[in-house]
Ligand binder design. Structure first.
Ligand code: SAH
Length: 227
């Protein structure tokens, strides 16, 4: 069958819906919010993957984006976005810009999106792509996400798209009371849990383990990436 964005997108949305149903006992719902699914439907994933694998762009799986990194599986992007519970007036922070795909989804759902990545080349290409696609409410920069982006804090939500070894204190600090942090925590390429951390009014956190996931690691030491 000939590839088309439209049929690919329909398939992707159906696959996300199916996987949400398979995992309903873990994630605690039958379907993700309509707002989140509309944002998924509005962002052309084929614009975020390398040209030679465009025909795979709507497959429900992660794909390589260079620099040893991946664009996350659509179901996981949708699930993490739903867990973040973004609202139109929210200011959110993403750690791990990568291709900018998750950033673009968030840009449709929030007032402002800040996103940072350790790899400057990925930040540059994501910034160019996001501006070409008209995502004018996003700001990207390079830097180590373990420290967050304190200048714009507090955030209504923070989403981390690489697996951290622990819940970074700086990110909890940069959340407003009532804010949510969605973060995979665990060992590199193994045994990670997607966690929803909610900061309460008294500053303490509530942690819910949602589902087992596999992410590339959130790297701890700046400069370990070789290009
Ligand atoms: N959200 C991305 C997925 C990116 S994969 C997308 O939709 O395409 C994870 C990203 O985290 C990679 O781009 C990697 O460079 C970045 N990363 C790894 N360690 C990091 C750190 N300490 N700080 C910021 N970004 C980091």
């Amino acid at each position: 069958m000939k590839w088309s964005r439209e049929s690919g997108m329909q398939q992707m949305l159906a696959d996300i819906g199916d996987e949400v149903k398979y995992t309903r006992d873990l994630i605690g719902k039958e379907a993700l919010s309509d707002r989140v699914m509309s944002a998924m439907a509005a962002v052309p994933r084929d614009e975020f993957v390398p040209a030679d694998i465009k025909t795979l762009a709507f497959d429900n799986r992660p794909l390589p984006i260079g620099h040893g990194q991946t664009i996350s599986q659509p179901y996981i992007v949708a699930l993490m976005t739903d867990l973040l519970a973004p609202e139109a007036n929210h200011v959110v922070l993403e750690i791990g810009t990568g291709s900018g795909y998750q950033t673009a989804v968030l840009s449709r759902l929030c007032r402002t999106v800040y996103s940072m990545d350790l790899v400057p080349a990925l930040v540059d290409s994501a910034a160019a792509r996001l501006s070409r696609l008209g995502c004018s409410n996003v700001h990207v920069r390079s830097g180590n996400g373990y420290a967050g982006w304190p200048e714009n804090a507090p955030y209504d939500g923070i989403i981390v798209t690489a697996a951290a070894s622990h819940i970074p204190e700086a990110l909890v600090e940069q959340l407003r009371p009532g804010g949510r942090l969605v973060i995979p925590v665990g060992l590199p390429y193994a045994s990670q849990e997607l966690m929803l951390v909610t900061k309460q009014g008294d500053g303490r956190t509530q942690v819910r383990e949602v589902i087992g996931v596999v992410f590339v690691p959130l790297l701890d030491i700046q400069g370990v990436h070789k290009e």
